[in-house]
Design a protein around this ligand. Structure first.
Ligand code: NAP
Length: 253
């Protein structure tokens, strides 16, 4: 697909990976809607992109319906959805205070997994009516999992479960939406230098930077956005989950 003139919805677009996707896609001519819980961040990114900022809590049906409606009003039916909204609250299954509060587990599943599904269902319901492009393609959905879907570390029970759910959802969504000419792919990043990594002590940051096999550095939101552009261009990539991690394999801790 050629993204020039295409309407794109990016969740979690007010920060980190989602924000860079918005910038890069805007440069290629896409019409951007930045959806985020953090409206301030969304407004800043939307201003840079000449796009629209929309407050959205991806865990809520009502909030997401409203946000998708506002994005459509501004830019038309979205033919590109990038699901980047996410949280990574850690917590051991059992710690010295007892079992992990169930609400803590649920909160992460709600944003990462249910939020991703919520956006897929609402956007796809409109996308199926978009004008077909080359190969009868109507749109592309890109989800964000994590290498934690495969090698979850100690303290990542909720996060890994949520990302594993996204990996499993990928092929089902690709199969179901194929008849409408909608592709679905998922990117599983390794360690990406974003505000999600901020707050780490410098030693931890330094040590994490050396963990990928090659290149020996953290990934950047630009690395992610480059893959998004390739996924847009290459119509044959569908139903795929792609690790973007420099051959990183996370240890237990
Ligand atoms: P980020 O900078 O923290 O951006 C995530 C954005 O999502 C924030 O603006 C956040 O808003 C927003 N958000 C949180 N809950 C939301 C909700 N309920 N509804 C809508 N928006 C919500 O994180 P990032 O590093 O760019 O991460 C983007 C995605 O990549 C996430 O899914 C993350 O799990 C995944 N990922 C990141 C890495 C990494 O190393 N950075 C690695 C693997 C996967 P607030 O600021 O208000 O919370």
């Amino acid at each position: 697909m050629n993204v020039d003139g295409l309407a794109a919805v990016i969740t979690g677009g007010g920060s980190g990976i989602g924000a860079e996707c918005a910038r890069v896609l805007a440069k290629e001519g896409a019409k951007i809607a930045v959806l985020d819980l953090n409206l301030e961040g969304a407004k800043n990114v939307a201003a840079e992109c000449g796009g629209v900022a929309v407050e959205c809590d991806v865990t809520s049906s009502e909030s997401a319906v409203r946000a998708v409606g506002k994005a459509k009003e501004a830019n038309g039916i979205a033919q590109l959805l990038i699901n980047c909204a996410g949280i990574a609250t850690p917590g051991r299954i059992v710690n010295r205070n007892g079992p992990l509060p169930l609400e803590d587990y649920e909160a992460v599943i709600k944003v990462n997994l249910i939020g991703t599904f919520n956006m897929i269902r609402l956007i796809a319901a409109d996308m199926q009516y978009a004008d077909p492009m080359e190969d009868n393609e109507r749109g592309l959905i890109i989800n964000t999992a994590s290498v934690a879907a495969y090698e979850g570390q100690i303290g990542q029970a909720a996060y890994s479960s949520s990302k594993g759910g996204i990996v499993a959802l990928n092929i089902v969504a690709a199969r179901e939406l194929a008849r409408s000419g909608i592709r679905v792919n998922t990117i599983s990043p390794g360690l990406i230098d974003t505000p999600m990594m901020a707050g780490l002590p410098p030693e931890a940051y330094e040590s994490l930077s050396k963990q990928p096999e090659f290149p020996k550095r953290l990934g950047t939101p630009k690395d992610y956005a480059k893959l998004v552009l390739h996924l847009c261009e290459n119509v044959l990539i569908n139903g795929e989950v792609i690790r973007l991690d420099g051959a990183l394999r996370m240890a237990a801790r």
